[in-house]
Design a protein around this ligand. Structure first.
Ligand code: AMP
Ligand code: FE
Ligand code: FE
Ligand code: ZN
Length: 270
């Protein structure tokens, strides 16, 4: 059993890398991939530590393709120069974007400061979930989900985008860093947009598709696996664990998948 999509305090998860590794080990998992948003230093913290499970160094890059798409990178070299450069730039853009969202909220009389948000944030990629947590602390919402619905949704008045790398650039960065690029949670994409993407994935340089994700119905998993096989791609499975930011998701909970998933594990050496 493995879980190839896990967040830590290096983005919007609230378990540190070692806490995530312990939780995975308690669950009896053989391997996890730490895949923080636009950040890869989590796995580096665990290098050389004997924790009884394999930890794959990963990332989840937010990229552009007719809107936003998430690209997982597995087995990446986090010290790769181009990748590091992208991460540094993106973390700056994310911080500026958080300030933009806060300015909009403040000008509508919603009082949340950058300091409030910093308290909810460890290091690495600052995101809307940290603003959501501050909004909850300050009494503007009862839960992170409510804060998203009321204040932070993409279509809401307080949303501020930040410039994202295009999908080809994201995959190129991952491949350049020795990694394998995987299309994250395809079920969260608009189905029409996803349909235009399937025949291009291989050419773009993707290695696999995250067919198994808690947001996917059994029918979607089967369809994504079928398409992955049709287009010559591996399939992966991940929980997208975030800790209390997504309280209904447990590490290692995505246990669907069969022969094709096993093959992917072998290809990843886990
Ligand atoms: P950002 O990368 O800053 O745009 O924030 C996006 C992240 O927010 C996603 O990766 C999710 O982890 C989280 N997120 C999105 N929608 C919700 C929601 N409704 N409730 C809680 N977290 C969410
Ligand atoms: Fe997230
Ligand atoms: Fe994602
Ligand atoms: Zn994720």
């Amino acid at each position: 059993m493995f879980d190839l999509h896990v967040h830590t305090t290096y983005s919007d998860g609230d378990f540190t890398p070692i806490e995530v590794a312990w939780a995975a080990s308690r669950k009896g998992l053989k391997a996890i991939a730490i895949t923080d948003h636009d950040e890869c230093r989590g796995a580096l913290e665990l290098k050389g530590k004997d924790i009884g499970i394999d930890v794959i160094s990963g990332i989840e890059i937010a990229a552009k393709y007719e809107g936003e798409v998430h690209v997982l990178g597995l087995l990446i070299d986090c010290d790769n120069a181009q990748l590091s450069c992208h991460i540094k730039k993106t973390l700056e853009l994310r911080a500026q974007r958080a300030e933009g969202i806060l300015a909009k909220l403040n000008s509508s009389g919603i009082r949340v400061s950058y300091e409030d948000v910093k308290k909810e944030f460890g290091s690495g990629a600052l995101g809307r979930p940290h603003i959501a947590a501050a909004l909850v602390k300050n009494g503007y919402a009862g839960s992170s989900n409510e804060a998203f619905n009321k204040y932070l949704s993409k279509h809401g008045e307080f949303y501020v985008p930040y410039e994202k790398i295009d999908i080809r650039g994201a995959v190129k960065l991952i491949n350049g860093a020795g990694g394998k690029a995987v299309l994250a949670h395809p079920g969260l994409l608009n189905p029409d947009i996803l349909n235009t993407l399937w025949p291009k994935l291989k050419d773009i340089g993707f290695w696999g598709v995250e067919a198994y994700h808690p947001s996917h119905s059994d029918e979607q998993c089967a369809e994504f696996e079928k398409n992955a096989v049709k287009y010559g791609l591996f399939v992966t499975a991940g929980s997208d664990f975030h800790g209390s930011a997504k309280p209904l998701i447990e590490i290692g909970q995505e246990i669907r998948g069969g022969e094709y998933l096993k093959k992917s594990g072998e290809a990843l050496g886990i």
